[in-house]
Design a protein around this ligand. Structure first.
Ligand SMILES: [Zn+2]
Length: 305
């Protein structure tokens, strides 16, 4: 009589357990907007995990040991790319088959990093030659949605049909959102403003906006005295209607620039949030994030002084 040893039984049940757990792949997305697009495509099949939650910045993130464990366990990791998630370069080394770099997805249009004037300068090496905030153009979100659905379908063929149907529905919603935002922003297209950091190039290019520059060159570093002088001049001269702070960073610097105008300028303070700090993660975050940007800009730039 054949006897099955206890270790062999454990092995067999271990495999069965792993197969059951693999019914829905463990999926990890780095930033809230990426997570939102992935969550929309996965609806009905499972839920992706979010790496950077809360009100943390997309820059200057430090990977925790628990994050490294999540990265190792994930069947699929969605990220923008090594210019944005610099903190993942080491952690993802050797995991290339499981990582989807969305800035390289077919149909994603890249913008160059801005230089000169009140944008970055040549001493700023925080980002590469292209701007990594690709998700702020809904047309890029559409291309990202397609790439997300294809990667999920390949990893989890049992749900391929569901992923593609969800993607098609999400793309219809994004097209409608794009038209809505264009209409919201049309009246304020030519009004100049300053942003906190240069995160909105894609959004501004898509909707034909005219920003005057950014307050910081790198959001995780202090602003130099010469730059503060230039910014104060831009505010005092009336070359900017609104100053936009971000919820991920303290408002002190922006408030200082505004106070220094001594009432001579009509600059107002608004809030722009490129990540959705206060928004609940999930499929609805992305459209809410884009709508909030459009409403903040339109609201601040249309108010009479
Ligand atoms: Zn940024």
């Amino acid at each position: 009589m054949m006897q099955i040893s206890r270790p062999l039984l454990c092995l067999i049940f271990g495999f069965l357990g792993a197969a059951a757990a693999n019914a829905e792949p463990s999926v990890l997305a780095t930033l809230k907007p990426v997570h939102s697009l992935v969550a929309g495509v996965m609806e009905g099949a499972g839920k992706p995990e979010l790496l950077i939650g809360g009100a943390l910045s997309e820059h200057s993130y430090a990977l925790k040991p628990s994050d490294a464990r999540k990265l190792r366990a994930a069947a699929l990791v969605f990220e923008i790319g090594p210019d944005m998630e610099t903190y993942l370069i080491g952690a993802l080394a050797g995991a290339s088959g499981r990582v989807v770099v969305l800035e390289q997805a077919p149909g994603v249009r890249l913008q160059p990093a801005r230089r000169g004037g009140l944008w970055g300068d040549d001493g700023d090496h925080d980002h590469g030659p292209t701007d990594p905030h690709i998700w702020l153009d809904p047309q890029n979100a559409i291309a990202m949605t397609r790439a997300i659905a294809e990667a999920l379908a390949k990893t989890d063929p049992a749900h391929a049909g569901l992923y593609r149907t969800n993607a098609a529905r999400q793309i219809m919603g994004l097209e409608a959102l794009d038209r809505e935002i264009a209409a919201t922003l049309a009246p304020v297209k030519n009004r100049p403003y300053l942003v906190f950091h240069d995160a909105y190039h894609y959004f501004e290019a898509r909707y034909g906006l005219h920003p005057a520059g950014a307050v910081t060159v790198a959001p995780d570093r202090p602003v130099g005295a010469r730059r503060i002088t230039e910014l104060r001049q831009a505010v005092a001269s009336g070359r900017t209607i609104c100053l936009f702070r971000e919820p991920q960073f303290p408002p002190k610097l922006i408030e200082t620039l505004d106070q220094d105008t001594g009432g001579r300028s009509s600059a107002r303070i608004g809030v722009l949030d490129p990540l959705g700090a206060e928004l609940e993660p999930g499929p609805k975050l992305y459209p809410a994030l884009i709508r909030n940007l459009a409403q903040s800009l339109a609201g601040c730039l249309t108010k009479k002084s």
